[in-house]
Design a protein around this ligand. Structure first.
Ligand code: SF4
Length: 221
């Protein structure tokens, strides 16, 4: 895994191009340069089945109106929030989910009381928060040491190691092979996601252009 980390660090610009910024372990900027936990959380709800570019536009509009904060959203009514989310797929459902989540966060006393590893079971009871979303916001907005289980990570890691890897195997694989460390979890998630998006396609991976080809078992089959 150390070799992978070095390759990700050596290809920061390629990774940046896919929306991940390799930076300090406790910075929010990993998440496409965002500057707050609130923006990461709101965008994590919006991005499901939606283009990232549309999500960024909506976050920009919320910011222009002073609403890119969970506690500001908790004060809005649903039709108003829907009007901001209109460019997003399933905007009505997502507006309801974000509003409910914002109210939940307010009741709990703020994001810093919610984005804690011990609150993960509670997070998972919220509408629209599956394991991938919960772990992504815990890691990148809450700086909690948890590794999100994504299809990109499973596919790339499975091919690189030459192991048949089911999605449920991924977190254990990481926890057994990587020391518990925020920076390592973040760079691995970002790097594997970037490679999965840019090169390691489900069919016809672009191995000739991929910067992992020198360490990838799949490439030499
Ligand atoms: S070399 Fe090919 S199979 Fe291996 S990670 Fe890159 S794109 Fe995927």
């Amino acid at each position: 895994m150390n070799e992978l980390v070095k390759l990700f660090e050596g290809n920061k610009e390629v990774i940046r191009h896919t929306g991940w910024v390799i930076t300090d372990p406790k910075s929010y900027e990993w998440w496409d340069g965002f500057d707050s936990a609130d923006k990461i959380v709101i965008s994590a709800f919006l991005v499901q089945l939606t283009k990232w570019e549309s999500v960024k536009r909506v976050i920009g509009t919320l910011e222009e109106h002073g609403l890119a904060k969970v506690d500001s959203i908790a004060e809005l009514d649903l039709p108003t929030l829907e009007s901001y989310f209109r460019p997003i797929n399933f905007y009505r459902t997502k507006a309801r989910r974000v509003l409910n989540f914002a109210k939940f966060v307010k009741e709990m006393g703020g994001l810093n009381k919610v984005l804690l590893l011990e609150r993960r079971p509670l997070l998972l009871t919220q509408e629209g928060v599956g394991e991938e979303t919960a772990d992504s916001i815990l890691l990148f907005a809450g700086h909690q040491p948890v590794f999100p289980n994504t299809e990109y990570s499973r596919r790339v890691l499975g091919r690189v190691t030459g192991q048949e890897m089911k999605k449920r195997d991924l977190p254990n694989f990481v926890y057994h092979n990587v020391q518990q460390d925020l920076y390592l979890y973040k760079i691995l998630h970002a790097g594997l996601g970037a490679v999965g998006k840019a090169f390691c396609l489900l069919t016809k991976p672009k191995c000739d252009r991929c910067f992992l080809k020198q360490v990838c078992e799949y490439n030499y089959r």
